[in-house]
Design a binder for this molecule. Structure first.
Ligand SMILES: [Zn+2]
Length: 453
């Protein structure tokens, strides 16, 4: 077996350069765990299919979740498409059959009795284990991680590739026989959050479509709320009458957004978000803490909340905000709000964490909040997503500036995220994918504590 350079969940790179399409998976999914696997020599191989004959069954728990059931069915389906052989799918209660291996998907009775330590893994980590000469285990700490184990199995051993969305981007090689080396695979994603815009949210499978499905097969996973959101934290229809001080002073006057309710034009919707809250308003922090705690009470499975500023440069210019921020501009030439804004973020995070200690808060380091604050660090539960088009790093002067800012943020935040602009958007007709450059900068990011992308 060749030496391999392992790139985290679903990503492998041979020591030679990959072709462009192969690299797509490497670049768009996840990044390097950056450990080298040594030559495994002649590991014992477990036969699954031999010359048109099934030598294995797929086993699930007696009552598997729909996700695990779906993952087991997917495994059967793709092995059939590759080899023409349909593996039997059974549950725990089925008696073993002599001469047939068992491929356990998820937490079967056998798996429950093994000490695989998956509970200590990242939620998206997974294990492919070989506990005996006749059993293979595909499992992880969550149902989704079992699905990831199946995707990895299909890529790694069958050679399936999901290169781009739709049937035309899928490659399923034709195999006469299928056997796998009995060497444990244990992976955790280098980047906790892996997503780019426009591919659909995987929480809504009914609306996922081909692009969302492709993203899921490549283990993209939206795990942090960080986008424009403060308009919904201080809803104008709720607060303009009772707490006008939550809204910004612009041009010497209090700006009170027009409620969007009942309005339909794009202009009216925009009016809802074309402002920023006053971050030094009396009572503003307490009200934010109260609202976010209510949100988590109503949505206990949600583990993050977005502090993302609205998509506007209409920042508050009241006396207290100006005194705190200094009234100057940042490196983007935009009014610098980092002192008032990040002080507000820290206070709100501390308030919410007093009741919900595990919740985290993503945000956009963007426009007025682009630069790290001076003189204090972010609360460790606050994750800044640095916004930048890193394709510009092809120009080494931009790269040097970007590296410097990333490293500066690394001193201000416990963990950093990167928001990128690779998805196309209004300026580009299609996603821009420069394999080697992206590989290089994502590796750099990982080395500099970027864990959300
Ligand atoms: Zn203010």
């Amino acid at each position: 077996m060749r030496n391999e350079y392992n790139l985290g969940v679903g990503c492998r790179m041979d020591s030679k350069r990959k072709t462009g399409t192969q690299s797509l998976i490497v670049l768009l999914a996840i990044l390097p765990l950056a450990f080298s696997l040594t030559n495994k020599g002649d590991a014992q191989r477990m036969p699954i299919v031999a010359e048109g004959k099934s030598l294995a069954r797929v086993v699930t728990h007696e009552q598997p979740s729909p996700i695990v059931e779906g993952a087991a069915s997917l495994l059967v389906e793709y092995i059939r498409r590759s080899t023409g052989v349909t593996l039997e799918k059974v549950n725990d209660a089925a008696a073993p059959v002599q001469g047939m291996a068992s491929i356990h998907c998820g937490s079967t009775k056998l798996v429950q009795g093994l000490k695989l330590k998956t509970e200590k893994m990242d939620k998206d980590g997974f294990v492919i284990a070989f506990p005996s000469a006749s059993s293979i285990v595909l499992t992880g700490p969550t149902d989704l991680s079992v699905e990831y184990a199946v995707y990895d199995f299909l890529e790694r051993y069958v050679g399936v590739r999901w290169l781009f969305p739709g049937a035309v981007g899928e490659h399923v090689p034709t195999l006469k026989s299928l056997s796998v080396p009995a060497v444990e695979v244990r992976q955790e994603p280098a980047f906790r959050h892996r997503l780019f815009s426009g591919l659909g949210k995987e929480e809504k499978p009914e609306s996922r479509g081909e692009q969302g499905l492709w993203a899921k097969r490549n283990r993209m996973h939206d795990r942090l709320q960080f986008h424009h959101n403060l308009w919904s934290l201080y809803l104008p229809e709720k607060y303009t009458a009772t707490h006008p001080e939550f809204f910004p002073m612009i041009g010497g006057k209090r700006f009170l957004p027009v409620p969007a309710e009942g309005k339909t034009s794009a202009q009216d919707v925009h009016a809802q978000v074309s402002w920023q809250p006053c971050f030094t308003a009396p009572g503003g922090i307490e009200e934010a803490v109260k609202n976010i705690c209510e949100h988590f009470e109503k949505n206990p499975s949600v583990d993050s909340y977005s502090f993302g500023i609205n998509d506007s440069n209409d920042y508050c210019t009241c006396d207290t905000c100006t005194a705190k921020d200094g009234g100057g501009k940042n490196v983007l030439g935009v009014r610098n709000i980092s002192q008032s804004y990040y002080s507000w973020c820290n206070a709100v995070a501390t308030g919410v964490n007093a009741r919900f200690p595990d919740k985290v808060f993503g945000l956009l380091a963007y426009n007025g909040s682009y630069s790290p604050p001076q003189g204090f660090k972010l609360n460790p539960h606050v994750v800044p997503m640095m916004t930048y088009d890193r394709m510009k790093w092809a120009d080494t002067s931009h790269e040097a500036t970007g590296h410097a800012l990333t490293e500066l943020w690394g001193k201000s935040a416990s963990v950093v995220g990167w928001y990128d602009y690779i998805y196309g958007g209004q300026f580009y007709l299609a996603p821009r994918v420069y394999f080697h450059q992206m590989e290089e900068y994502l590796r750099y990011g990982y080395d500099h504590n970027v864990r959300y992308y």
